[in-house]
Design a binder for this molecule. Structure first.
Ligand SMILES: [Zn+2]
Length: 339
């Protein structure tokens, strides 16, 4: 159940002032907005695999391939932060957003110098924004995405402790001047972070803004044209590659921004990027199908496997009417079967 917040609540970032600010972003709009580019990158989706009543979706007509339950962005909320925290976050954002948008454009145009790590992973690096400032910005987005999941879906993504540690880091660091942040040596001790992007040349580079719903260590966060990996445990989890679609070899210590000389962003190939997005969509689709099957099975007392088969059979009859909306077909199938 969604919690209702009022200006009388306490700011979720500083935990000190009243949360009097309206229209705060969980994922800042500026990082998502592109200056140029052929595709419409404004098309963004947040995913809630728990809520099967969602009807907005994006994907191909075959559910088992790619058809997810995906919502239009709801990345804005009222009364989560105070005016002061919002203003400080805004300063970090304005340091980072324009350069980040520029990098994605330069990558498309082939105007960036691409280097390789010792293990052969592609990256580009830069002095501005400073690596501590960039890290802080990504920390703030990761933390805000976790917060969104908690506020909207009551889901803890990594752990209460990790999210609280991250909040304390952000609260402390955003209170400093940019110069002080740049000179801080504390960032080497903060959670390790890898930022990734792709060339975004192809047609398949969809963009999402949510944590990867299948938990891993490091944990993957989708931030529009960037992906972030944050290390919340000493150990890499088994199945990282199968759960994220990201090659395990991309967990390359030379890509960790905390230990690099300057800001660094790793580059995934277009095909790897597509695979990562498809992995997300597949996970959500399967979860959606599972949830609606359980619901039908409970409502009709039909066995699970039979319910699932029936849903597909009846949904296919609606496909002629809604060829691009298999989720809708499944909802219609559910309605007709549960009568
Ligand atoms: Zn505050």
């Amino acid at each position: 159940m969604r919690k209702i917040r009022t200006p009388e609540h306490i700011c979720l970032l500083c935990k000190n002032n009243k949360a009097n600010k309206k229209g705060s972003h969980y994922t800042p709009a500026g990082i998502i907005k592109r200056v140029i580019g052929e595709r419409n990158y404004e098309e963004l989706y947040t995913i809630n695999p728990h809520n099967i009543t969602t009807t907005k979706y994006y994907g191909r007509s075959n559910l088992l391939n790619t058809n997810p339950t995906i919502k239009k962005p709801e990345h804005v909320d009222d009364y989560i932060f105070c005016t002061s925290c919002e203003k400080k976050l805004g300063i970090i954002e304005s340091e980072c957003n324009n350069p980040l948008v520029r990098f994605t454009d330069q990558l498309i145009q082939g105007n960036l110098i691409i280097n390789r790590t010792k293990q052969g992973k592609k990256f580009f690096s830069f002095k501005h924004p400073n690596k501590n400032v960039l890290t802080l910005y990504f920390f703030s987005i990761i933390w805000r995405q976790c917060l969104q999941q908690k506020e909207e879906f009551n889901t803890i993504f990594i752990s209460e402790k990790f999210q609280e540690d991250l909040r304390e880091i952000i609260d402390k660091e955003i209170s400093k001047s940019i110069k002080e942040i740049e000179n801080s040596t504390d960032f080497a001790t903060y959670p390790s972070l890898i930022i990734l992007t792709t060339y975004h040349k192809g047609d398949n580079s969809k963009n999402f803004i949510n944590p990867n719903p299948s938990p891993t260590s490091p944990e993957l966060f989708f931030i529009g044209p960037y992906d972030a990996l944050i290390f919340h445990s000493q150990h890499s989890s088994l199945g990282f590659e199968s759960k994220t679609g990201i090659p395990a070899s991309m967990i390359d210590s030379d890509l960790i921004i905390n230990f690099s000389q300057e800001s660094i962003i790793g580059i995934l190939s277009e095909s790897a990027w597509t695979k990562v997005n498809n992995q997300l969509v597949k996970y959500v689709s399967n979860k959606f199908l599972h949830n609606i099957t359980v619901k039908l099975s409970v409502a009709t007392r039909m066995p699970y496997s039979y319910s699932r088969q029936k849903l597909h059979t009846v949904a296919h009859q609606f496909l002629a009417q809604y060829p691009d909306d298999y989720i809708r077909c499944l909802h219609l199938a559910f309605s007709s079967l549960s009568k």
